[in-house]
Design a protein around this ligand. Structure first.
Ligand code: FES
Ligand code: FE2
Length: 376
């Protein structure tokens, strides 16, 4: 990249903890929406425990189908509420009952509705006991939770992420837990140079393909960047077979960890959405949801797409595991242009996220339009 924004070699710590509001002690972004679970995995009347940005979260759905999220720690003696069951509270509204001493918490407000042990004359005001409630949003078959930096946050959260997706439900979802800090997981996901070495399955990128020069136009977009809309180059025959003419493709990354790739024309859309959820400072959940509309051929090859998508994630996961043998023994990584420019952008965006919140001002995207070139 010739704009002088970056030194050709940069030494960079594996994870960044920019000073400021909106970042946890483990360097995870707060005041953000994160994917908790695919909707289909949260059946009515059930709940499950998930870790999101270091918080244990009960993600559930009432018998009537309403999603909700509560802190998965009973304020009495710490038992996970997710180990209990749902039942109506004395006021008739849905609640979750702690399995240890039966306290019941409203699914909508987190307020304690009942302490079964109380006898007459024991004036405990149950309504003053509350578990943290997280805002939830459900769209495109995915359930998101909003993790505010302020644990007492009870206001209106910002709108959930918007991807420009046409389809309502994913055709399939694959996921994998990476033993990696969110930063390393994101950077690995955006890394263009590993593809010919790691994703070498015969039907995608056999090693005999060799390396080709890539040149892509990047532009700032929302809280991230996009590879400007263009006609697909590689695999273009496959795209034409699947979609017909006038196909364009676009790849977008946005904080805190969403990447989507869309291939579309006026008639059809193929959409791959990758959501990264930091579970804690050492573990990251990667969920990949695939959607399409107007592409009947994809319905036919779906049985092959699912194991294919899994293989991709596993290949990346194996490299995260290998990295874990090296990373504890190095203080900084050595990054080069242009293949690591997107990784630098990610860290710059994170820094701006924290800075904007610390100074209580609007987020100003630090990414500048650029052409990146590499061989892969
Ligand atoms: S620990 Fe939950 S009711 Fe006692
Ligand atoms: Fe990869």
């Amino acid at each position: 990249m010739a704009d002088g924004q970056h030194a050709p070699i940069t030494l960079i710590p594996g994870t960044t903890r920019p000073a400021g509001a909106g970042v946890s002690a483990e360097g995870l972004l707060l005041d953000c929406w994160y994917l908790a679970r695919p909707s289909a995995e949260v059946k009515p009347g059930t709940q499950a425990r998930v870790m999101v940005a270091g918080e244990p979260v009960l993600v559930g759905r009432t018998a009537a189908g309403e999603p909700f999220a509560l802190k998965d720690v009973c304020p009495h003696r710490g038992v996970p509420l997710s180990a209990g069951r749902q039942m109506p509270a004395p006021d008739g509204n849905p609640s979750v009952q702690c399995p240890y001493h039966g306290w019941q918490f409203g699914t909508g407000d987190g307020v304690c509705k009942l302490m079964p042990s109380l006898v007459e004359g024991q004036a405990v005001d149950t309504a003053r006991v509350k578990v943290r409630r997280y805002p939830v949003a459900e769209k495109h078959g995915l359930l998101f939770v909003y993790i505010a930096a302020d644990p007492r946050f009870d206001g209106e959260p910002p709108p959930p992420p918007e991807f420009g997706l046409r389809a309502e439900r994913p055709r399939f979802v694959v996921s994998r837990v990476f033993e990696a800090h969110m930063d390393n997981a994101v950077v690995g996901l955006m890394d263009p140079a590993h593809v010919p070495f790691v994703h070498t399955q015969w039907w995608w990128r056999p090693p005999s393909t060799g390396l080709r020069l890539k040149e892509k136009q990047f532009e700032p977009r929302g809280r991230g960047w996009a590879i400007a809309r263009h006609a697909p180059s590689g695999n273009s025959l496959a795209y034409r077979l699947l979609f017909g003419q006038d196909v364009t493709t676009e790849i977008v990354f946005e904080l805190p960890g969403y990447r989507w790739e869309v291939v579309e024309n006026g008639r059809a859309q193929f959409f791959t959405l990758t959501c990264l959820t930091p579970m804690d400072g050492r573990t990251t959940l990667i969920t990949q949801a695939s959607y399409w509309t107007g592409a009947p051929l994809l319905d036919l090859i779906k049985p092959f797409l699912i194991p294919g998508a899994r293989e991709f994630l596993d290949q990346d996961g194996r490299f995260v595991d290998l990295q874990n043998q090296g990373l504890p023994h190095m203080r900084t990584m050595l990054w080069i242009d242009d293949i690591d420019v997107q990784a630098k952008w990610y860290h710059a965006l994170k820094k701006e996220w924290a800075g904007a919140r610390a100074e209580d001002r609007a987020f100003a995207n630090p990414v500048k339009p650029a052409t990146l070139r590499w061989r892969s």
